[in-house]
Design a protein around this ligand. Structure first.
Ligand code: UD1
Length: 416
């Protein structure tokens, strides 16, 4: 039962609600470690990455309870500072716990984090930036130890924009002694959500949403209740499903204000889009050429997490196109699988050239990572015949129930 079976060739029609954001809930859950007492986090998605994060928090001594999408984390009993290797190994966000645990316990020992295999994904910048705040790090082959007496603020001039490094530094800085400046800081909406959570809890952060964050360490934070925003990448996934299979769908709670680059690209490909206060209406299918190609960038640019999904839309558009990946160096792992389905895609360095006139046919393909896996399911919806996407566990890392959501949108698919 680690696969999805898709009966392709059917256009979509229906409505689904967009789940809470994975990339916002993970650092916010890590941030609860900075707060003595019980925090309540609403709208947390029911996905395996959140499950692993909760297991990690429990292994550190937190009491965690879950009522549907509301998660309560009581950090009163936090005692351990060693993290279980199996959960750290499967999820890159476990690195978030480093900054938070150093702030709380002063010492951490952990394995190098895992996550999707999309390029090297080193943690050198995390470690380098934390060293500037007074952390001593001993790196072994499989694990490392980090120790800080008291973290102190620092000017962090980073060599490039990183979501994870920005988040880790925010977590380390909010209770540190003195001021921390992060520049250039990542501006992803998930970072804004983390800052809003910490500010609500008593943190002092200026420049939220800009590329220069200034954090003035405070002595203590207090417990809060906070609602995680909707997931812009999941909304983008179901938007692309409509672009590929055709039809009309309503994506309830889609965070349209965070999706400008995605909406403009979908519009240029031929989608009819209507932004409503409670969501996004999408109509039509990809049929136009993207004159300037598609280049992934840090926010507010086009998100790398939707690159493979838009590759499928271009492959089905009837028009040739190209994509340049500038964030990760190995994010074209979906290409051989799409080629098995009949696509004509050539990769040269960090560019993929896509022929738009090849019909896709369903077959057995294998997900290699989270978003690429979702993109294969979307491709299969638009392809003729019955297809199987194997390795569903990758997709479950970020989608609550991709088969249910797509069935609500009129697709014909099931777990297999
Ligand atoms: C986060 C997101 C992921 C998204 C990515 C880019 C989460 C849980 N994951 O990942 O979905 O695709 O942002 O928007 O929020 N790098 C280094 N050294 C480091 C850290 C990063 O070289 O110490 C490199 C990475 O290999 C990558 C680039 O920096 O090439 C950007 O990575 P980063 O922004 O840190 O992504 P993540 O935080 O891992």
């Amino acid at each position: 039962m680690d696969a999805v079976r898709i009966y392709g060739g059917k256009s979509l029609s229906g409505q689904t609600r967009i789940q809470g954001s994975k990339n916002a809930s993970l650092p916010i859950l890590a941030a609860t470690l900075l707060i003595d007492g019980t925090c309540e986090i609403e709208n947390c998605p029911d996905i395996s990455d959140v499950y692993h994060m909760l297991r990690l928090l429990e292994s550190l001594g937190c009491q965690v309870t879950r009522e549907k999408s509301l998660i309560r984390v009581d950090t009163g009993g936090v005692a351990a500072c060693d993290m279980p290797a199996d959960s750290v190994g499967v999820m890159r966000s476990s690195i978030m716990l480093l900054g938070a645990l150093l702030a709380r316990m002063g010492t951490v020992s952990m394995e190098y984090p895992g996550g999707c295999v999309i390029g090297k994904r080193p943690i050198d910048q995390h470690l380098c930036a934390l060293r500037r705040m007074g952390v001593e790090i001993i790196e072994g082959r499989e694990e490392f130890q980090a120790k800080a007496g008291k973290l102190h603020g620092a000017v962090q001039e980073l060599p490039f924009v990183s979501v994870g490094v920005t988040e880790n530094l925010i977590l380390a800085a909010v209770l540190a002694e003195g001021e921390t400046v992060i520049c250039p800081a990542a501006r992803e909406p998930e970072i804004q959500a983390l800052c809003e959570f910490l500010i609500k809890a008593g943190g002092r952060i200026q420049g939220v949403g800009t590329k220069r964050l200034v954090i003035e360490g405070v002595k203590k934070l207090h417990p809060v209740r906070f609602r995680v925003p909707a997931d812009r990448i999941v909304a983008g996934t179901y938007l692309t499903a409509c672009l590929c299979a055709g039809g009309n769908v309503f994506l309830e709670d889609a965070p349209c204000e965070q999706m400008q680059s995605v909406l403009s690209c979908a519009g240029a490909l031929g989608a009819g889009l209507m932004v409503w206060p409670d969501g996004l209406f999408v109509e039509g299918r990809a049929c136009n050429r993207l004159a300037d190609g598609l280049v992934t960038k840090v926010y507010p640019g086009f998100p790398t997490d939707l690159q493979s999904l838009f590759m499928v839309a271009i492959a089905l558009s009837g028009q040739d196109g190209w994509i340049e990946e500038t964030v990760f160096e190995n994010r074209f792992r979906i290409v051989p699988e799409l080629v098995k389905m009949g696509a004509d895609i050539r990769v040269e360095g960090n560019r993929a050239y896509i022929r738009g006139d090849r019909p896709l046919h369903n077959t057995i393909v294998e997900a290699q990572e989270l978003r690429g896996g979702a993109a294969l399911v979307v491709a299969a919806l638009a392809a003729e015949g019955t297809g199987i996407v194997r390795n569903r566990h990758y997709i479950d890392r970020g989608y609550e129930d991709i088969t249910l959501s797509l069935r609500e949108l009129g697709a014909d698919l099931e777990l297999a």
